[in-house]
Every structure is written in structure tokens, then in C-alpha cells.
Ligand binder design. Structure first.
Ligand SMILES: O=C(O)c1ccccc1NCC(=O)[C@H](O)[C@H](O)COP(=O)(O)O
Length: 202
């Protein structure tokens, strides 16, 4: 069954919405000043405290000092670290050794070579995305070959292309953010609709 991650949660209303819709994962953009979805470590602690147990909390980081994801993983505030910057193999290895928790490494796809680079990653999961993350835009899925390892597909996914993405690209998980927002805020009905689409077709 294809898994679904809802990313960029910021408020208690967002938590109530995912508790109801029950995606497999939810994501928090943590201390990324350039993102309007950024939350600080205290906020993410408060938010995840209200999260139901079935939904796995993922911390999304961009070139953060490694102590930030390590501390939050060790405290159990997040269960998975998603690295969305230029973190290298040594950084990934360090987090895994220090925490024994899973790591998702995101790659921006502009060519088939970017996919090759992603496939060589030692991370537990790779995430194929457009641009810097949270852009609401798709990349060209025709770059994606048959992939044996589990991967997240992200970038511009929404109700109009979710079914096509699952059926044609066969990702292990889909990751959505922008299309689930109205005026910059997550919308509970859109979250529910996206989860229902994925549950129905997988
Ligand atoms: O969402 C952000 O603002 C963001 C900022 C910096 C790094 C990553 C970010 N988002 C990561 C995600 O996992 C998004 O869900 C993913 O890129 C898909 O986004 P969208 O195209 O908006 O559905």
C-alpha cells in the first residue's frame, strides 16, 4: 500500500486535521528561516505532543547543525529526520550512528543524473522533489526509472495528479504540502481528500 506524508504542519488545527485523516507520516519544517512553514524546536515539541500514535512525525531540516535533528530524535519528538539541504554522506552516517533512527534524504530532480545521485545515497529512504522543497511544482517524472528501493515522490502533488502519480511512478510514499493549503494554511478537508485518494487506489 502506498504511504502518504503530509508536510509543513504549523498549528494545532493542522494536528487535529492529521489526527482525523491519519496519513502515515506528517512533516514539520524545523528552524528553516527561509520557509514560511518553519517552526522552532519548542513549537514542534508542543505540536507532536498532540499527535496521535498512528501518524509518524518527521522533522525536515535544511543544512541544520547535526545536533538539532539528533537531539529531537533522541528525545522522541520526531521519529524520522528528513534532510532537505546539501547534507553529505558523513552527515547522514553521523545521524544514524548517533540515533539509530531512519533518515530520508531529499534530492531536487532536474535530470536523470540527479536520480542516479539519489539512488547512491546511504539514507534509509530517498525523496525525489522539485526545487528546494515546498514549491508546489512537479518535476519531470519521466526521469524516474524502475526503482527497487523505497522512495518518496514529492513536488506539486494534489488531488488532480495523485492517482496518476501512484499508478505510473509507483512510489513507496507520496508527500504533499502546497496543494493542501488555502491562503497559506493547511485545510482539513483537502488533507482528508488526499489521504482518501491514496487509500482508495493502493
Ligand atoms: O515546505 C517547505 O517550505 C520546505 C522548505 C524547505 C525544505 C523543505 C520544505 N518542504 C519539504 C516537503 O517535504 C514538502 O512536502 C515537499 O517538498 C512537497 O512540497 P509541495 O510541492 O508543496 O507539495
Amino acid at each position: 500500500m502506498t504511504k502518504i506524508k503530509i508536510c509543513g504542519l504549523r498549528t494545532r488545527e493542522d494536528i487535529l486535521a492529521v489526527n482525523q485523516a491519519k496519513p502515515d507520516y506528517c512533516g514539520f519544517i524545523i528552524e528553516v528561516p527561509k520557509s514560511r512553514r518553519s517552526v522552532n524546536r519548542e513549537q514542534v515539541k508542543e505540536l507532536t505532543a498532540g499527535l496521535c500514535r498512528e501518524v509518524i512525525p518527521v522533522g525536515v531540516f535544511v543544512n541544520a547543525p547535526a545536533n538539532l535533528p539528533v537531539q529531537l530524535l533522541k528525545e522522541g519528538v520526531i521519529a524520522v529526520a528528513q534532510l532537505h539541504g546539501q547534507e553529505d554522506e558523513a552527515y547522514i552516517a553521523g545521524i544514524r550512528e548517533r540515533t539509530e533512527k531512519p533518515v530520508i534524504k531529499a534530492f531536487s530532480v532536474r535530470s536523470a543524473a540527479d536520480i542516479e545521485r539519489a539512488l547512491a545515497s546511504s539514507a534509509d529512504y530517498i525523496l525525489l522533489d522539485q526545487g528546494d522543497g515546498g514549491t508546489g511544482k512537479c518535476f519531470d517524472w519521466s526521469f524516474i526509472p524502475e526503482i527497487e528501493r523505497p522512495f518518496f515522490l514529492a513536488g506539486g502533488l494534489g488531488k488532480d495528479n495523485l492517482e496518476q502519480a501512484v499508478r505510473s511512478v509507483h512510489p513507496w510514499a507520496v508527500d504533499l504540502s502546497s496543494s493542501l493549503e488555502i491562503n497559506g494554511k493547511k485545510d482539513g478537508d483537502r488533507i482528508q481528500e488526499a489521504v482518501s485518494i491514496v487509500r482508495r487506489i493502493s
